[in-house]
Ligand binder design. Structure first.
Ligand SMILES: Cc1cc2nc3c(=O)[nH]c(=O)nc-3n(C[C@H](O)[C@H](O)[C@H](O)COP(=O)(O)O)c2cc1C
Length: 390
């Protein structure tokens, strides 16, 4: 199966409808796709990115259906195997092809794939490639989400092929974005899980792309943006330093004490008109938690004390929050203990990346006394005061 995008530009990738997990970690509620693009120039042909090797036969069939007889260049925007993994097979089928990639990608491709050094040529930032009536320009866009990433720009058609940048894990038969809300949710999930840790450098990449007229963005996961403003505006919003007045509450409770404290906290926030997003960590889609961290001003963890520290589910959520580096400004902890422990210190030690103002935690002995509930009132008041300043 292939789809024609414009004259001599084809989508030749595959749709992975039923994949459930990416990186053996990230839930994929909507499957994904591995997009690849074939560009037929007047003199030379190029293919931009390949597909997950499990789908290599489908990919070769797609190229056959397009009638591809010659590939001169295989452009590898990103060395990760879901895009580069089928390069060795393509080189077998088209031995005359040359792999083009960024300076940092070349050693990575040599480490990750069964390819030879002389099959790969480094292209520089800003370098152009004349295919005959079609000119490709390579734009280094590092850290989306590996150090070597670049984007390829088809000058005559103002089309950007940015690989993972702007992508979404979304299996759909729509070649172009049709349901904007559906795609934005998937793209935000993708940003949260994959791109957010590199927010500051992504901001620079977005600024660099402002020099280009972009009429279409064709990423390597999810549908093509034929109205790119939608995703560019969203990315600019997500990477901005602005936060939204929202309180994210990842919590876990074994016997209900922390849960009761959290319930009181949540209803007090609602009484104050503050938006709150609770996540029960025993049954959480960590992607949903990650999405909520993209904009939220505040995160309050809830955990009992277990073997002197936080509950392991809270440890996992805190570790993940730390590595995702959200722009959250305020944080604290609500919890419970039986006799002694260092739950709050140990949980906070897991999150050195968070540049937050910390409210005094509220940790009750057992199910909590009146004073503990008054402490929650104090916490809600502090949150309210800070959110009013935003
Ligand atoms: C497996 C297990 C280990 C615990 N370890 C500690 C501990 O090291 N220190 C402590 O003060 N309490 C410990 N507790 C007691 C709990 O922290 C206490 O019962 C707390 O109120 C539970 O909160 P929850 O109802 O929100 O789960 C432990 C409880 C369990 C079940």
């Amino acid at each position: 199966m292939f789809r024609k995008i414009t004259e001599d530009v084809y989508s030749v990738g595959v749709i992975d409808w039923h994949r459930k997990l990416f990186d053996e970690l990230i839930p994929l509620p909507d499957g994904t796709s591995y997009n690849s693009y074939f560009i037929k120039g007047g003199k030379k042909n190029a293919i931009i990115d390949t597909v997950e090797p499990d789908f290599e036969q489908d990919f070769l069939d797609n190229l056959d259906q397009v009638g591809v007889e010659k590939i001169d260049y295989i452009i590898s925007n990103h060395a990760e195997q879901d895009h580069s993994g089928t390069i060795p097979l393509l080189l077998e089928k088209f031995p005359e092809a040359e792999v083009l990639c960024s300076a940092k990608a070349k050693p990575m491709l040599l480490d990750l794939l069964d390819v030879e050094e002389d099959q790969i040529r480094i292209v520089e930032d800003g370098e152009t490639l004349d295919l005959g009536e079609k000119t490709l320009e390579f734009i280094y866009t590092p850290w989306v989400h590996w150090p070597e990433t670049m984007s390829t720009y088809l000058q005559e058609e103002n089309t950007l092929f940015p690989c993972d940048f702007f992508g979404s894990h979304l299996a759909t038969s729509d070649l172009y974005v049709e349901d904007e809300q559906e795609v934005l949710k998937a793209a935000k999930r993708y940003y949260a899980e994959i791109m957010m840790p590199f927010r500051k450098i992504i901001k620079k990449n977005l600024a660099k792309l402002e020099d280009y007229e972009i009429e279409m963005i064709a990423p390597s996961h999810g549908p093509i943006y034929d109205n790119p403003d939608m995703i560019l505006d969203s990315y600019n919003d997500w990477v901005s330093d602005e936060v939204k007045p929202e309180v994210v509450v990842p919590y876990v409770s074994m016997h209900g004490s922390t849960k009761d404290l959290i319930k009181y906290f949540i209803s007090s926030l609602i009484d104050e008109g503050i938006k709150v997003k609770p996540f029960d960590l025993t049954d959480v889609d960590l992607g949903d938690l990650a999405i909520s961290l993209v904009d939220a001003s505040t995160v309050i963890f809830g955990s009992p004390t277990v073997l002197t520290g936080p509950h392991p589910s809270a440890v996992y959520a805190a570790y993940l929050t730390n590595v995702l580096k959200p722009k959250t400004r305020y944080a604290s902890i609500i919890g419970s203990y039986g006799w002694a422990g260092r739950m709050t210190d140990k949980l906070l030690d897991l999150m050195p990346n968070l540049k937050v103002d910390l409210y005094d935690p509220v940790v009750a002995k057992g199910h909590g006394a009146d004073e503990d509930y008054q402490e929650i009132d104090r916490l809600v008041e502090e949150i309210k005061n800070d959110l009013e300043k935003l």
